[in-house]
Design a protein. Structure first.
Length: 258
């Protein structure tokens, strides 16, 4: 494999009830005034209540912003930034799925700065250091235009991008295959193992009951060319792809996924 260094978060805790231990785990980092970002559904279900209680019991003040929608708008983000500044937040917590943490991360960047979103754009380009490449690039127009959840958007194109990349990445994929599906260690040859790995990923989506084709999420064939054009804007992520992707390549991948 090509060596690379990836520096990420200090720790990752996965356990039942961990949200109720937030003050214990991260209270010192968050400071005295915590700004919690979530969505109306989770707030209505009271799922954030143990986290809020944990913080308050430890002596933190907590301001809650619960207006995050799916595919949040710039208006929602800036509303959250203003609310965070008004709360004099010393720390920001994102509670929920992708949208709330995404808004929370940008709030944390922007609330203590005089920059607007466009001026702070360079901060987000650090994401290019992680090799998400063509899968994410082709997922963005699916989610951004058709409001398909980000995880599903990635799953819809993943097998087809992997097949496109296979001539240049079958060695890497065959290594990953054994970790994801140990039984594939019995398959000889990196190309054969890579092909089996891609098929297994596609089968996994179907097994989990997910939509597996773009047409299943109400994307028409007429939209594919525009999606391919929009995807090409994300060149800063495509530099990490193991194979050069042209607009025509993107269109053909979308056609395969349709």
């Amino acid at each position: 494999m090509t060596p690379f260094t990836f520096n990420t978060i200090k720790s990752l805790i996965f356990e039942a009830g961990a949200a109720a231990r937030l003050a214990e785990v991260a209270g010192q980092t968050l400071g005295t005034s915590v700004f919690l970002v979530t969505d109306p559904g989770l707030r209505q279900l009271a799922l954030a209540d143990p986290t809020i209680a944990s913080l308050k019991e430890a002596g933190h003040s907590v301001a809650v912003f619960d207006k995050v929608e799916a595919d949040p708008s710039c208006e929602t983000l800036m509303d959250a930034v203003v609310s965070g500044r008004e709360a004099d937040a010393t720390g920001v917590v994102g509670f929920g799925g992708g949208s709330s943490p995404d808004v929370a991360k940008l709030v944390a960047i922007l609330q203590g700065s005089s920059e607007d979103l466009d001026e702070a754009w360079g901060v987000g380009q650090a994401f290019a250091n992680s090799p998400v490449a063509a899968v994410h690039v082709l997922a963005y127009p699916i989610g951004g235009t058709f409001h398909v959840p980000h995880g599903l958007s990635n799953a819809l194109v993943l097998p087809h991008v992997l097949r496109f990349n296979a001539p240049h990445a079958h060695g890497h994929n065959s290594e990953i295959a054994v970790n994801a599906f140990p039984q594939m260690a019995q398959i000889e040859g990196s190309q054969a193992r890579c092909a089996a790995f891609i098929d297994a990923l596609a089968d996994l989506s179907a097994h989990l009951g997910m939509q597996t084709w773009l047409r299943d999420v109400d994307i028409s064939q007429d939209a594919l060319a525009k999606m391919a054009s929009n995807a090409m804007v994300q060149q800063w992520l495509l530099v990490n792809n193991p194979r050069v992707v042209t607009e025509n390549d993107a269109l053909n991948i979308y056609k395969a996924a349709w």
